[in-house]
Design a protein around this ligand. Structure first.
Ligand SMILES: Cc1cc2nc3c(=O)[nH]c(=O)nc-3n(C[C@H](O)[C@H](O)[C@H](O)COP(=O)(O)OP(=O)(O)OC[C@H]3O[C@@H](n4cnc5c(N)ncnc54)[C@H](O)[C@@H]3O)c2cc1C
Length: 486
């Protein structure tokens, strides 16, 4: 959300600052989700979720072309395996049509089984949404923020909002652990913590966000039991455990849907992973979990809007909160409860923020110099021999391979550390260059990347972090241990 809103605002003559408490963008919920650009048939008719999802989905082709990110509009299927599920997919078809989802259709058993022969023999039919797609959410967030920064947005990482300064009930400044920033407008896009920010801004309400955990299992790319995005028939709470291809060529199974209390608990659990396996096998009975290579969990920002008797009580249950609550506090745009389909909706929500600011009196003059394109630098390994030689001649660091499995060079790592959205930790570099993702899983490159990060950031090696703010790799130098022994 933050990246796309920043990019949308960078089209105007405005001074925009993004305040992010993490050491990178896409370190909250955006980091761990299914990455599906939903078509828009799930959300209740008339809800913000429905409007934003359908509009957001339509904006993705242009967005992906401008940012040069991978986006595959491969379509998705909801599989019905009983008469009652058949009724549900017919309802979804009707709901989707009312929401404005184009070209939805129910396809028969023979057709879906011909496309996906490993589907359960219980399959009766499937809802097909040709506009469903897949995107790499982390790549999208980094690309959008990079484009925003190149168009004049300032990004402050490792900076946490902890209060507001108000005058006559209008926000005039944001308080953080790294100083106070004066401003006319604040946009709350704090994900799981949006309820905390609302309270800091003075919106006293019974609205709260609880994390809803979703656990996943990723399978080895050598094993391809499905070709598309396969959902089971959804329940009221969740879209269910799906089996899907990913942008990276793996098949992914998940997520579970369990309300928890700790907004930082991204652990996987034995019961959760069992549920993922059982759920996956309901769709694909032959699913061979011996191909599992990774498990992870993400946290949905599950809000209770529409369920309590306060200002959100009249909303559709668990809808996105999108408001400019100027009768309570001025200068505040509030986005909260942005759970799924938040990724698919994000370009539309960014568009909505621009309109909301205009309607509330902010002068928005188009910036002539805005450049919508973000041209990614191709990986060194994909360049021709001549291009590689030229680059090495200009900067010999491109001649030093640091990650042997993925063929990533020192030059690329240094470039990522000093990029418009800087990579400040090992995992931030991994997210951009895929170091440590090959056979050795980082055993070879990690010490060398620590050295490079230490040198480029001007910090001692013991301060180099794997990820986040508190995950240093090293405890102390070996010499110090020897000194202690003596
Ligand atoms: C299991 C799962 C599956 C999902 N699948 C899909 C899907 O397939 N398709 C889809 O459309 N959506 C999906 N979603 C939903 C989607 O991932 C989210 O809606 C989206 O990523 C939310 O983005 P966001 O920017 O609002 O939140 P976040 O990515 O969490 O960003 C909020 C940011 O605010 C920062 N922050 C918080 N508090 C402060 C503070 N005090 N000061 C400074 N910074 C702060 C955080 O560090 C974070 O970086 C899924 C979610 C989950 C968990």
């Amino acid at each position: 959300m933050g990246s796309l809103i920043a990019r949308a605002l960078s089209k105007y003559e405005l001074k925009v600052l993004v305040i992010e408490k993490g050491d990178d963008v896409a370190v909250g919920t955006t980091r761990a989700n299914t990455g599906i650009v939903h078509a828009g048939y799930n959300a209740p008719v008339g809800s913000n979720k429905a409007r934003m999802n359908v509009r957001g989905n339509a904006l993705f082709d242009n967005l992906a072309a401008e940012l040069h990110i991978d986006f595959k509009r491969i379509g998705d299927f909801v599989v019905a395996t009983s008469d009652s599920e058949l009724k549900t997919i017919e309802e979804l078809l009707e709901r989707g049509k009312k929401n404005g989802v184009p070209n939805l259709e129910i396809i028969d058993r023979e057709k879906i089984l011909a496309l996906e022969p490993n589907l359960t023999p219980k399959t009766k039919a499937a809802l097909f949404a040709p506009t469903g797609g897949e995107v790499d959410p982390i790549g999208l967030a980094i690309a959008a923020m990079e484009n925003a920064v190149l168009n004049g947005v300032k990004l402050k990482l490792l900076t946490e909002v902890n209060g507001f300064v108000k005058e006559n009930n209008k926000i005039v400044a944001v308080k953080t652990n790294r100083g106070v920033f004066y401003t006319d407008w604040v946009v709350n896009a704090a994900g799981l913590y949006a309820d905390r920010i609302m309270k800091l801004a003075g919106i006293e309400s019974k609205f709260e966000i609880r994390p809803r955990k979703g656990e996943y299992i990723i399978l080895d790319p050598a094993y391809q039991p499905v070709r598309s995005i396969l959902f089971p028939t959804p329940t009221e709470i969740s879209k269910g455990i799906l089996v899907t291809t990913t942008m990276f060529g793996n098949v992914m199974v998940g997520p579970t849907s369990v309300l928890i209390d700790d907004k930082e608990d991204k652990s996987t659990t034995e019961s959760g992973l069992k549920e993922v396996e059982t759920g996956g096998k309901k769709l694909i009975p032959s699913l061979d979990m011996r191909y599992a290579i990774k498990e992870f969990a993400g946290l949905r920002a599950d809000g209770n809007a529409g369920t309590k008797n306060d200002r959100y009580g009249s909303m559709v249950k668990r809808d996105f909160i999108m408001e400019v609550p100027s009768s309570i506090v001025k200068g505040f745009v509030n986005l909260a409860g942005i759970e799924s389909p938040g990724l698919a909706s994000s370009p539309a929500i960014a568009e909505w923020v621009v309109e909301a600011l205009k309607e509330n009196g902010l002068k928005m003059k188009k910036k002539k110099s805005f450049n919508p394109e973000r041209i990614p630098v191709p990986p060194f390994a994909k360049l021709s021999k001549e291009e590689q030689a030229k680059l090495i001649e200009k900067d010999p660091r491109f001649g030093k391979i640091v990650c042997r499995c993925e063929n990533v060079t020192e030059g690329e790592i240094v470039r990522a550390i000093h990029a418009p959205v800087p990579a400040l930790s090992y995992d931030a570099i991994k997210r951009r260059l895929h170091i440590g993702m090959g056979r050795c899983q980082g055993a070879f490159d990690t010490p060398r990347v620590i050295e490079i990060l230490s040198r480029e950031l001007g910090i001692p090696p013991v301060k180099v972090r794997k990820d986040g703010t508190k995950t240093e790799f090293l405890l102390r130098g070996t010499k110090e241990v020897e000194d202690e022994r003596n």
